[in-house]
Design a protein. Sequence first.
Length: 136
Amino acid sequence: MGKGYNKSIDYWALGILIYDLVAGFSPFQDEDPMKIYTNILRGTFNLPEHFSSDLIDLIHKLLHCHPAKRYGNLRNGVNDIKNHPWFSSIDWIDLFKKHIKAPYVPEADKDHYETYEEKQLTHAETNLYPTEFDSF
């Protein structure tokens, strides 16, 4: 509180996202907004029974209350997350190169896209995050 933040908040948000996608609800969910706030500050959350041991480990490491002890913000940086057993089936190079087929592609109403021209994405000339992407 009041200390500012760095990229470790993004790793915390990743933990929230993963939890929410697998559980279907927020880890700090409660009817009382003040209880949600308290749960966030204390890092108090329940883990559904269907979470695997690898997922439980990853969630605990991403939702650590202290940013300096949070996965992604440790000595090995983002590699701690990428090399975690829960992500063992992910080929990060293929993902980066978009060689992995999407597991689900929703049907889209093409009528909504006829008036919009897609722009080709370009790569920046300067890599602002060389250490994060040095293996790509």
